[in-house]
Design a protein around this ligand. Sequence first.
Ligand code: PMV
Length: 313
Amino acid sequence: MKAVGIGWGKTILFGEHFVVYGLPGIASAIDLNTKCTFAKNKKGEEGIISNDLVTGERIKYGEHTYHDLDRVIDAALKGTGVQERNFRLELKTNMSLKGGMGSSAALCVSITRCLDKQFKLKLSDERINEIAYDAEKVFHKTPSGIDNSVSCFGGMIWFQKQQPKNVIERIKAKKPVEVVLADTGIFHNTAEIVEMVRAQKEQEPQKYQKIFKEYKEILYPARKFIENTKWKEVGELMDKNHSLLQKMNTGCKELDLLVDVSRKAGAYGAKLTGAGLGGNVLALTPGKVLQEKVAKSCRKEGFKTYKIKIGVV
Ligand code: PMV
């Protein structure tokens, strides 16, 4: 049987950017993923062959050392200690690669898990997560670790970057809930946006102190409301989180339009999710009827939507 490694997609309910500075955040896996399947090389082929998900390009490990996928495979090989150098890694995904769904982290987790299964390494989830974190640095330079953690562990997590060990706790919502992810179609570069926020924070420390304080005031109640499936209250706090992210200049007109359209269609709350300046909006839409209504309104504006549940995988 072919070994398959899965990395879950994610959405951040609370705390993108804040988590970079050691504040806790809440993220959930979504039922979209990247799968890495181990296969034998085709006749006449040698080396580690893979396919880039964005361009479809065939990548031979070691021949494209500038290429993100090559560097991710390199980090996964080093982390797992796999010595074999003659196989294929077939990658497939059903998530948006434009940013905000954690596609890069899902890629790192899927490759690491696939190698772990194929070579019967029996690595713990914690170790797989560490390796995926190192691989994720290829894309995001200084990732907080929230994306790879939720992609690796699944479910809904409370995440806090911390030395010597990050806090990763599972949050138990009583049942999964419907959400809509609406894609602006605008690619965003997470590393650049994180840098932009860092520069602004250095220039305007007082403004950021206030924003961080306001964030803490919404975060702790948010966890309680999620645990008690008080979705109306969760939605209100998501709206507040969006306002804070706008103050950090990570919003843009397409994100604001999607937030507005979602709320007008009845979403309990809506916010940008991920680094911002493009990527996706997360709208909280309990129940299939409301979910479809909100998705339809976003589609009418010409945007692609994903109707998914959080708290399932
Ligand atoms: O990769 P994205 O766009 O979903 O954003 C990740 C979340 C950030 O907080 C902006 C960055 C990080 O490393 O946590």
